[in-house]
Design a binder for this molecule. Sequence first.
Ligand code: SAM
Length: 364
Amino acid sequence: MKLSFTRASLSSVLVPLIFNSNLVRPISCSSVSCSPASAKPQTPLFLRSPTFSATLSDLKKWQDWAKTLASSVGSSFLDSDNGPDATLLQREFNWLIEDALEHPKTIGITDNDKKNMVVTLRADLEDLYELWKQRIEERRPFQYIVGCEHWRDLVLSVQEGVLIPRPETELIVDLVGDVIKDNEGLREGLWADLGTGSGALAIGIGRILGSSGRVIATDLSPVAVAVASFNVQRYNLQDKIKIKQGSWFEPLKDVKGELMGLVSNPPYIPSEHISGLQAEVAKYEPRLALDGGSNGVGSLLHLCNGAVSMLKPGGFFAFETNGENQCKFLVDYMETETEGCFRDAKIISDFAGIQRFVTGFRAQ
Ligand SMILES: C[S@@+](CC[C@H](N)C(=O)[O-])C[C@H]1O[C@@H](n2cnc3c(N)ncnc32)[C@H](O)[C@@H]1O
């Protein structure tokens, strides 16, 4: 478990991807344009060339304006839907500075003689005003504004049309790390990440598998496929991870019965709960990534049934759920309805102590 105050660990104060009466969903960060989702991956702000400039004095005016706007929020978002408060928004603004300025420390220079010095930026100052307005006034997620999310030790590109990976999902990579440690078959085998989104799980797992280990990651969304491919290439993992577009197991027909591992964080929010989520999530994140149908378990059941024929005997699976009841339902289904196909089905809690994951093995 990470205890250091990194940008990734701090984003865990945002709401997790679950819904119940006490816990709503997380979000915080930001991409430079607010164009409709396209299948063209956008370059995150921090990776853009610093081809823009502004004087230090103009930059400080922007900073003062942005801080005042963030302060004006107080706890109103928190009170209405568990959204970010002014303190979190101020922190996000500091991250925006880190991503937007070539040399972020220059904004801290107080020497009056330097007020006309030229500071180089990765976006036009006018666009930076617009982005911060979108963050506060429209509640556009911070991650879509900057076009990335810090997740484990990765910085993943994200944009509208792709789910922002959540901190609780990081644990699946640790669970996989535990099972492959002493099992060469798992470590060197073929894995699948179904509904890969930004590619977070596929990349996290691809990096810890052995030299022969491979991952196939699938998603129905063309935007997710484009963004996951961008992220896989950025981490130079294209020889280890293949991204395929299609529904769940459909792109994996030619590897039936050959998977040594299967992970998925499918859509699991009951449809009727979506409108009650934090505004950043309900307004901006893709419905395809959230909506689990009337009771939220449709995709999980499909994955569970598919795992019977797709996994090799001894193969491992880990599924993320909406928590508690969905976990119990799934384990009960595996034990009673799949006729001994699985063994050691277990419920695992996330860092917040919520029963979140179901793991187990395909029986021999
Ligand atoms: C909750 S998101 C998880 C994304 C990513 N794995 C993560 O943890 O950040 C669910 C993903 O499943 C994808 N999805 C939804 N229905 C699908 C289907 N029928 N086949 C494949 N992927 C699907 C969505 O596009 C979305 O990327």
